[in-house]
Design a protein around this ligand. Structure first.
Ligand SMILES: [Zn+2]
Ligand SMILES: [Zn+2]
Length: 388
């Protein structure tokens, strides 16, 4: 089963959808036009059911196979949202919305899953039920979590879920995956270091939150270097330091630190939170200041199930001739993690070739990856639930 011929035929049409989506990006849960377009297409394809309003603007299509003796129900999920980035590609189908751009290729993901849905509804060459999931707000809004909280898994009886992301740097149309933790938990923190402001020339009459903050930033590095197991992946980045005063000669009343912590396991995640709070409190106390700490939980780590990952890799291998089955971990986040917390499944990367990186204003999804991506989606359904 190399690339399915039908997708070579459908390529111009799917490319047209992709470019239309690219021209009309929508952010977070505001995917109103996109969701309406997805709904309309799924209905036109002849899906047995199309349900909207799951996870606010999420859309789900149901496609029943020719038979259902297996009783199997498999979910395929794509994300639909764009990013608050001003596009600089100069493409003739570049974003028409200033400050919004499909810079992560979710336009490609949506178009590829629509293509697979069209094919599956046409052929129905499987024994079971395919659930086609389109989620909003992958980029920081937790759309996947909201779809789960709306009871999607139970409502449709989903037993396994699969996801895909395009990946710049992987050869075009090739695949990469790994079992176990693949994408990181993405927690954030904000620490307000509160001192007592005063004249820059009379430091002895103040409690200087700048000096306390400087020590705190250094000390926080010891979470990764001294607290975490050296073989565990962890990132601690203080990304913003903001003083309550901009003056040259004023010791400010407080300083705000912000940053992100990336971990791959629950244990590392808990350790990072505990140590962050202890270090920030202790460093502030050393200088008579106080630390007001906000821990802002993000997406959990995305963990691929062993069996489903091996299966997903075998399908990819048939489509592309080979599959990198031990892809490197990424410290980025992915809210498909919530779906994988509820059901076994796997998330795969499909090569976007030698392109600008995702989240870059010059990035563009490569339409030549469409036949491979669609074939993988269709293969998951046809091979996991073979026709009786
Ligand atoms: Zn992204
Ligand atoms: Zn993305």
């Amino acid at each position: 089963m190399p690339v399915k011929n039908r997708f070579a035929e459908l390529l111009p049409e799917i490319t047209e959808w992709r470019r239309d989506l690219h021209e009309n990006p929508e952010i977070l849960f505001e995917t109103h036009r996109t969701s309406a377009l997805v709904e309309e297409k799924l209905k036109a394809f002849g899906c047995d059911e199309v349900v909207t309003g799951i996870g606010r603007t999420g859309v789900v299509g149901v496609i029943r196979g020719k038979t259902d003796t297996s009783g199997k129900v498999i979910g395929l999920r794509a994300d639909m949202d764009a990013l608050p980035i001003h596009e600089q590609t100069g493409l003739d189908y570049a974003s028409k919305t200033p400050g919004a751009m499909h810079a992560c290729g979710h336009d490609g993901h949506t178009a590829m899953l629509l293509g697979a849905a069209k094919y599956l509804a046409e052929t129905r060459n499987f024994d079971g039920t395919a659930i086609i999931i389109f989620q909003p707000a992958e980029e920081g809004g937790g759309g996947g979590r909201e779809m789960c909280e709306d009871g999607m898994m139970e409502k449709f009886g989903i037993q396994e879920v699969y996801g895909m992301h395009n990946w710049p740097g992987i050869p075009l149309g090739q695949f990469a995956i790994r079992p176990g933790a693949f994408f990181a938990a993405t927690d954030q923190f904000e620490i307000k270091v509160v001192g007592r402001g005063g004249h820059g020339a009379k430091p002895h009459q103040t409690v200087d939150p700048v000096v306390a903050s400087a020590h705190m930033v250094s000390a926080l590095q010891s979470i990764a270097s001294r607290n975490a197991d050296p073989v565990d992946e962890i990132v601690v980045s203080v990304t913003s330091i903001e003083s309550s005063s901009k003056a040259f000669n004023v010791i400010p009343a407080f300083v705000t630190l912000r940053g992100t912590i990336r971990t791959m396991t629950k244990a590392a995640r808990e350790l990072a939170e505990t140590r962050l709070k202890a270090i920030a409190t202790g460093a502030a106390a050393t200088f008579d200041a106080e630390a007001e700490i906000k821990w802002l939980p993000g997406y959990p780590a995305m963990v691929n199930s062993e069996e489903q990952t091996a299966f997903a890799a075998s399908v990819a291998e048939k489509v592309a001739g080979s599959c990198e089955a031990n892809a490197p971990i990424t410290m980025g986040g992915e809210d498909f993690a919530y779906m994988l917390e509820e059901r076994p499944g796997a998330y795969i990367l499909v090569g976007n070739g030698d392109s600008a990186d995702v989240h870059n204003p010059n990035y563009n999804f490569n339409d030549e990856a469409i036949p491979a991506g669609c074939s993988w989606w269709a293969g998951i359904i046809e091979e996991r639930m073979p026709a009786a």
